[in-house]
Design a protein. Structure first.
Ligand code: NCD
Length: 308
């Protein structure tokens, strides 16, 4: 049966574990998967800028033996002529076996999924969610910590517009014993719909603070994010808030020796390059992990749809 992934909560915790197991198996024996999607096509529809997510999906499909067709920007597609997301989804269903779509509007991937006859993967819908980044985050946490429970997770930066933050909160709220420290300027706090939908719903303890250094000693994971310039209503506010948090080596002096520092990237100023060689910096491993998890997800959805 055709199934789409719009939100990380569309996958059960058991399915997440299965995806991680598949990704680990791909890492151990990539040749076994080299023809798993022979002659199948992934369509990447990216109506917003992307480097990692799009290339990661494309590399994932190639490594599964499949092909990629794509629309690289709204301006070069019929969206520029006024075509609806629904019509685009119906059209692309005639050419491809699976769609990965990024769009500036919240809910666009859902509209695509309800109109496509093939699986749709949300590669980011406005400030809402970004489930496959969370798959990358989860594999990284798993490989660093070997557990999803009993972790103190600091999320720092733009927690209002940062869709990767929303999806990660949703994902980690389903495990026992986790605690969140939400570090942001007042104006960029986690939206209440996210708190209600997961933190409060699952009774997960959390604190909100503006002070990264004070929070540092208790953190097992520090997830830094960029201030999402494109979602601001005015440039002045962006300029005022953009450098609210800059992680430098001296700010890590009270951090745990096994802290895992994650960032969905792109980085602007939030993490000094001097941290890149610190063994606690995991953000480039996270990029690679994203490709393996996207391979696992493409495989799962194409199998469920009976395409492979
Ligand atoms: C993120 C996104 O697009 O939401 N990037 C990504 O996919 N890795 C984070 C960001 O743009 O800040």
């Amino acid at each position: 049966m055709k199934r789409s992934i719009i939100d990380i909560l569309d996958l059960s915790t058991q399915e997440l574990e299965e995806l991680i197991a598949t990704a680990e198996d791909i890492i151990a024996d990539p040749d076994k998967y080299a023809h798993a999607c022979d002659r199948k096509k992934l369509a990447t529809l990216f109506f917003e800028p992307s480097t990692r997510t799009r290339m990661s999906f494309e590399a994932a499909m190639y490594e599964l033996g499949g092909h990629v067709i794509s629309v690289s920007s709204a301006m070069s597609s019929s969206a520029a002529k006024g075509e609806s997301v629904a019509d685009t989804a119906k059209t692309v269903s005639c050419y491809a076996d699976i769609i990965a779509m990024r769009h500036p509007k919240e809910g666009a991937a859902y509209v695509a999924a309800t109109n496509a006859t093939i699986p749709v993967i949300n590669a980011g819908d406005g400030g809402h969610c970004h489930p496959t980044q969370t798959l990358a985050d989860l594999l990284t946490i798993w490989r660093e910590k070997r557990r999803f429970e009993g972790l103190t997770i600091g999320l720092c930066g733009d927690l209002k517009f940062g869709r990767t933050v929303h999806s990660l909160i949703n994902a980690m709220s389903r495990y026992n014993g986790n605690r969140f420290v939400l570090i942001s300027p007042e104006e960029l706090k986690v939206p209440s719909y996210v708190k209600k939908g997961s933190l409060k719903k699952f009774g997960i303890p959390y604190t909100q603070t503006t002070d990264l250094e004070a929070a540092m000693p208790e953190l097992d994971i520090l997830y830094m994010t960029r201030v999402q310039r494109e979602r601001f209503f005015n440039e002045e506010d962006y300029l005022r808030l953009k450098d609210s948090y800059i992680l430098t080596p001296d700010k890590l002096k009270n951090a745990k020796p096994d802290l895992a520092i994650l960032h969905p990237l792109p980085r602007v100023n939030e993490i000094s390059v001097a941290i890149d060689d610190d063994p606690r910096a995991c953000y480039f491993k996270q990029v690679l992990n994203g490709k393996y998890m996207r391979m696992a997800l493409i495989l799962k959805l194409l199998k469920e749809a009976g395409t492979i």
